[in-house]
Every structure is written in C-alpha cells, then in structure tokens.
Design a protein around this ligand. Structure first.
Ligand code: SF4
Ligand code: FES
Length: 234
C-alpha cells in the first residue's frame, strides 16, 4: 500500500514497505541519523532518528510508513534527546576532532554541530582502545567507534565477507575482526569493500589519503546537517 503521511506538517509520499526515514529522505526531508544507510538493512542502533509517530516514540529507520500517520521529527524535545545521545557518544569514545582525518566529513561531528552541541555535557570516559594498523590499506581505530554496526552490515550484506562483528557487553562492547589473529591485516577486507568506506566517523579510514579534501571544503563545512548517509561513499 502506498500513500502519504504527515512529516512535520508536510505531506510525504511513500512506497509499499518503505521506512519513514527512506520516504522522508526521498522527499528531501532530513531525519538525523548515524546508523542508517539506504543500501543496508536497518539496525536501530543509534536512536538518533527517533521520531514521534501518532504520539508514540519510534525509530524512523525501523518503522514502516503508513497512510495517514502523523510524524513529528524536528521538535525541541526530540532534538534535546538527540543532543544528549550525541554528547554521550562523544564522551564514550575518544573523539579528538582537530587531529582526525574525518573532521568535516564525520556524521557524529556533523550531528553535534547541527544540534547545537557546544560541549561534552558529561565527564569524558577516555577509554584506551587498540589501534589496528596491520592492514596494508585500511586503519582501524576503535577509539572513535560509535558502535553503529554499519561496517558489520556492509561486510555481511554487500561484501559477503563478515569481516566485522560485535563482542562484549555494556561498556566493554566493541567491534572485533574475523581473522585467525583478530587483526585486520589477516582478514578478507579489501580496500574497495563497502565496509572499508562506510564508517560514519574516523574509526575505519583508508591509508595514504590524508587531507585529499582540505578542511573547509568538506561536506559538513559546506552543507551541515545535510542529506549525507554516512561513510565516505556519500
Ligand atoms: Fe560504526 Fe565505524 Fe564502529 Fe564500524 S567501526 S561500528 S562503522 S563506528
Ligand atoms: Fe535509526 Fe540509528 S536508530 S538511524
């Protein structure tokens, strides 16, 4: 069934089976998100896309559109929830933006700017996480990982390799690499895999490509809070 739903007061069309975020994005409406990608199945990991559907909170990336729904997205209270989520992600990892190659093209940094985050808001956790530089073409720095699972889904659904997985519980939850040694260099990851390019932050970065696009000319510098979908494949 197709039809229209109301999105922040505007009529948005949808196709049969489409999620709220897919339909809204197709209509040029931006739903803040970190873990959604149009080429992958949803995971509902980040909750940044939480909207109100007929008065109830729901993730726009996992909720199917239906005719007549009233969807509220950019309300002050929902944006305040998003601000808290972004602040928690910033303090949970080590995000030293000025020294990160992803700066200016980072979904977390972009969300922070767009939502008006001006400081950490919470005490920084400052975890010590390993950096894996064993792959000839790709860095893995889990200090910046926000556990969005995009790399897992890309490697599984598109690359058909299953290079990445999640291990641990609670604050110890982390990404692991499926290889005999657990190191990226011994895995089946190839430089042109989607999983090598989809990370929305600077946790998975290509080697030998530092500052190819100068700071000031990167996507978030020119179009903050834009329709970008995560990773450097946008
Ligand atoms: Fe997401 Fe990047 Fe962490 Fe993978 S490494 S879960 S893509 S933040
Ligand atoms: Fe919907 Fe992350 S939970 S985009």
């Amino acid at each position: 069934m197709s039809g229209h739903f109301s999105f922040d007061g505007a009529a948005v069309p949808f196709e049969d089976g489409e999620t709220l975020i897919a339909a809204a994005t197709r209509a040029g409406r931006h739903v803040p998100h970190l873990c959604w990608h149009p080429a992958l199945g949803p995971s509902g990991a980040c909750r940044l896309c939480t909207v109100r559907v007929d008065g109830r909170l729901a993730a726009a990336c996992t909720t199917r559109a239906a005719a007549g729904q009233v969807v509220e997205c950019r309300t002050p209270d929902l944006d305040e929830r998003r601000r808290l989520l972004v602040q928690l992600l910033f303090v949970e990892g080590n995000h030293f933006c000025p020294g990160c190659e992803k700066s200016g093209d980072c979904r977390l940094q972009d969300a922070g700017y767009a939502l008006g985050v001006t400081g950490p808001g919470f005490e920084e956790f400052y975890p010590r996480r390993p950096i894996d530089a064993s792959h000839p073409d790709v860095w893995l720095d889990l200090n910046r990982c926000i556990l969005c699972k995009l790399c897992l889904r890309a490697s599984h659904e598109v690359d058909h390799k299953g290079v990445f997985a999640i291990s641990g519980h609670g604050v110890a939850t982390h990404v692991v690499v499926d290889s005999p040694s657990g190191r990226l260099g011994d895995s089946r990851l190839a430089a042109d895999d989607l999983a090598a390019h989809i990370c929305p932050v600077g946790a998975i970065l290509p080697k030998r490509r530092g500052y190819a696009v100068p700071i000031g000319a990167r996507p978030a510098d020119t179009q903050p809070d834009g329709p970008s979908t995560g990773g450097d494949d946008d």
